[in-house]
Design a protein around this ligand. Structure first.
Ligand SMILES: [Fe+2]
Length: 486
């Protein structure tokens, strides 16, 4: 590959956060597995321009890739769960003036209280501890870390974490603007995986919680107004990370990962796997009207869905990454040794479900060309899980699925590298579903640096057509999206 770019210019922002020597000394004593290796946090905020590019960036790829993920500001004093970390946004902008990078913590009220105190004040999912009374009064029992996804809708950039309402950030500076609850209209939390209907521009999402109503479904108009909120009856609170939509229905997977707030308070695992409770898929009209129609399925857990679609006769297909039980641990015991693999659930017009395994290789963080959300799509892109040990894993590449032909190809990154979620960036000149590129952050753990890899979605097996060298290692994170310049 040829290399272009000047020597990168790196500087801290004038209002940036960074750790002092005492706080860094805390980190050197910290041997928590989810804070080591690919998870090791970074300790400051920087702006960098003139990034080195290996290969050739596609002409049409102008815009920004933003990715969210956990990056605790302070070393935890107790048990740490991967889902606990304060949010850090990493942004890479590609355009006429080259490639630039910026990272910022999302300044949640909880994290800023800890920054002011100079010590952790909150426990987490692996060890709940109430904050001091004055902090509890201002912030609540848990931090709204906003650490899971970053989406844009109706002109608002929202950082999302499923236990809380959204946090709005400035799309250019990544500065935190504050919690956004649709001017008080949104009751409860918002999933980190909302879906935008390409026909209407409406955003559809749910929120779950530990107290009744355990599940709510919401629709926000293309203009950003909360149109609909409905309560959905569940027999008990369950952890529900994602859902799917078709052009006519919203699909909820009621899976037996029971969410128990009393156990959390007692320092026990707050999510228990109880397969005897069964599992089911709920189908609700997309506008929230009418009743949910439930269909039983075999117990399983699904963190992420690829997509869903529906034909004129009312047959629904939904594809997601299914594990036979919960693949993540929330207590002392390691997670069950199960791996998610791609499955399809076919729900016929009478509500009978047929489940088919599509792949036997483990994978998760599935993505599509989002213009096909809720419609029949041919191509899906799944992070290939290279090593899965007791629920922990690294992404070793990207599998591109041709669902029409039922075949796939995989790009594997180098053995010392790990990559992340493959987000789809549409080619503005494109007409076909797979006209575009996949962008993912890849880290060379041996050399301790990261790249934004750009892969042509039409030829995933060929690997990156360009790598933008980051000015720093970017820790493993959760979800990101490409935001085109226009
Ligand atoms: Fe997720």
């Amino acid at each position: 590959m040829n290399q272009t770019g000047l020597t990168p210019k790196v500087e801290p922002p004038t209002d940036g956060l960074s750790l002092d020597d005492a706080a860094l000394a805390d980190w050197t004593r910290c041997g928590v597995p989810h804070l080591l290796g690919q998870y090791r946090p970074v300790h400051d905020e920087i702006d960098a321009t003139d990034l080195l590019v290996e290969g050739e960036l596609p002409e049409g790829l102008t815009g920004s890739y933003l990715r969210n993920g956990p990056n605790p500001l302070l070393a935890p004093h107790g048990p740490y769960h991967l889902f606990d970390g304060d949010a850090m946004l990493h942004g890479v902008t590609l355009g006429q003036s080259g490639a630039s990078y910026r990272n910022r913590w999302v300044r949640s009220a909880g994290m800023m209280a800890e920054a002011e105190a100079g010590r952790p004040l909150f426990g987490g999912l692996a060890g709940f501890r109430p904050p001091p009374d004055d902090v509890m009064a201002k912030v609540g029992m848990m931090k709204n870390t906003a650490n899971t996804n970053i989406v844009s809708h109706a002109g608002r950039m929202l950082a999302l974490m499923e236990a809380s309402p959204p946090t709005q950030v400035d799309p250019d500076t990544l500065a935190t603007l504050g919690v956004f609850d649709y001017d008080g209209a949104l009751a409860g939390a918002m999933t980190a995986h909302p879906k935008v209907d390409p026909a209407t521009g409406n955003m559809h999402f749910f929120g779950y919680g530990p107290f009744p109503p355990y599940l709510r479904y919401h629709v926000v108009s293309a203009h950003g107004d909360l149109l609909t909120s409905v309560e959905i009856d569940l027999p008990q609170a369950v952890m529900m990370h994602d859902f799917a939509i078709t052009d006519k229905h919203a699909l909820f997977f009621d899976l037996p990962a029971v969410f128990d707030v009393n156990a959390l308070m007692e320092g026990k695992p707050f999510t228990r796997w109880e397969p005897d409770l069964g599992a089911r898929i709920g189908v609700l009209a997309l506008d929230g009207s009418g009743q949910v129609r439930w269909s039983d399925i075999d117990p399983c857990y699904v963190f992420h869905f690829l997509n869903a679609s529906e034909d004129a006769a009312g047959n629904i297909d939904v594809v997601g990454c299914r594990s036979s039980s919960l693949p993540v641990s929330f207590g002392d015991q390691p997670a069950a040794d199960v791996s998610p693999t791609l499955h399809r659930w076919h729900i016929d017009a009478a509500g009978t479900v047929t489940t088919t395994q599509l792949d036997d290789r483990p994978g998760d963080f599935p993505r599509i060309n989002d213009a096909l959300t809720g419609r029949t799509n041919r191509f899906g892109y799944v992070g290939w899980l290279r090593d899965v040990v007791q629920g922990d894993a690294t992404f070793g590449g990207v599998t591109a699925w041709d669902l029409e032909r039922n075949e796939s190809v995989t790009w594997e990154c180098a053995p010392a590298e790990v990559c992340g979620e493959p987000s789809f960036a549409a080619d503005p000149e494109g007409t076909a579903e797979n006209d575009g590129w996949l962008v993912t952050l890849t880290t060379d753990l041996a050399r301790d640096h990261s790249y934004l890899d750009v892969i042509d979605a039409r030829d995933v097996a060929a690997g990156p057509v360009a790598r933008v060298k980051m000015p720093r290692r970017v820790p493993f994170g959760f979800h990101g999206n490409w935001f085109a310049a226009d």
